[in-house]
Ligand binder design. Structure first.
Ligand code: AMP
Ligand code: MN
Ligand code: MN
Ligand code: MN
Length: 277
């Protein structure tokens, strides 16, 4: 029997809707065999997720999704199978979360100047002790009737060029990959289709990614068009990258997406889990 892998998902310690233990319970119910919890710039959910997975038969892989600045764009790099207690990684992630808090305050100021008061406090409250992000602002804008849904909130307020957008200098690509590798993890480029790169820029990115020690690419992602899989598989072959798959599950609000349910990876690719199994 083929095992079910989902190597990209979120919990309430970043912008997911379910607590880490609830994500694990759902994964078990969905028949997932191997789950990586990959919250944005934090590993704070792993202890709870690991405890929930103990004795369940589900293998929990420690992960995180790191925000990276590259040529003026924001990229996401997954660190999989890492040691969350390793100090270089922990210090790097702490710096990223501080940048998130500072950005959140500035987003609040910008939205207030646009006539939307109280968004910073509301987003902070929604994030709780977790890693605060734009999704928390988006949910607040939806809850207060200022956007139809989260996607609409991003489109109208939070994306580049919109009134609540604030640019951040995230970790550089070599730095983020360095932290992941210092913690013994595998660096995987998340949802490659999301960056809307030209073919040439994608080749430049993957060349640099490999040179920095990046090892994998998310060939199958929950939010991509079905044909993207074949394109990403071609890139994996061309650049000699390991293949990963993950839903990028954030919670039941993504009604079109089910935790753990993904098309299979092409059989000729080397799956990223070969590095730890
Ligand atoms: P941040 O890392 O705080 O800048 O937020 C990025 C997160 O926002 C992503 O991981 C998604 O969960 C979410 N996101 C980004 N763009 C959209 C969109 N257009 N619609 C819904 N969610 C989005
Ligand atoms: Mn997210
Ligand atoms: Mn992402
Ligand atoms: Mn994600």
């Amino acid at each position: 029997m083929t095992r079910r892998y989902d190597l990209h998902c979120h919990s309430t310690v970043s912008d997911g809707m379910l607590a880490p233990a609830a994500v694990v319970a759902l994964a078990c119910a969905q028949g997932v065999d191997v789950l990586a919890l990959t919250d944005h710039d934090t590993t704070d959910g792993l202890a709870e997720a690991r405890a929930a997975a103990a004795g369940s038969g589900l293998a929990l892989i420690a992960g995180a999704e790191l925000s990276v600045s590259w040529l003026g764009l924001t990229l996401h790099v997954l660190g999989l199978n890492l040691d969350e207690h390793e100090v270089t990684l922990a210090a790097g992630l702490a710096r990223q979360r501080q940048a998130r808090r500072e950005r959140a305050a500035r987003i609040g100021t910008r939205l207030a100047a646009h006539g939307i008061e109280g968004a910073f406090a509301a987003a902070e409250a929604l994030a709780g002790a977790g890693s605060v992000g734009r999704t928390h602002f988006a949910r607040h804008l939806v809850a207060t009737g200022q956007a139809r849904d989260v996607n609409d909130a991003f489109k109208r307020y939070l994306r580049r060029g919109k009134p609540g957008h604030v640019a951040v200098e995230w970790a550089a690509l070599p730095e983020a990959i360095g932290w992941i590798r210092a913690a013994g993890g595998v660096a995987v480029l998340a949802h490659p289709a999301r960056y809307e790169l030209t073919a040439t820029r994608m080749r430049v990115l993957l060349g640099e990614f490999k040179d920095c020690g990046g090892a994998g690419i998310e060939v199958v992602s929950g939010n991509q068009r079905p044909d993207a899989l074949h394109h990403h598989a071609g890139l994996a072959r061309q650049f000699g990258l390991l293949a990963s798959c993950g839903t990028d599950y954030h919670g039941p609000e993504q009604t079109w997406l089910a935790l753990g349910r993904l098309p299979p990876l092409p059989a000729d690719l080397t799956p990223v889990w070969q590095t730890w199994e």
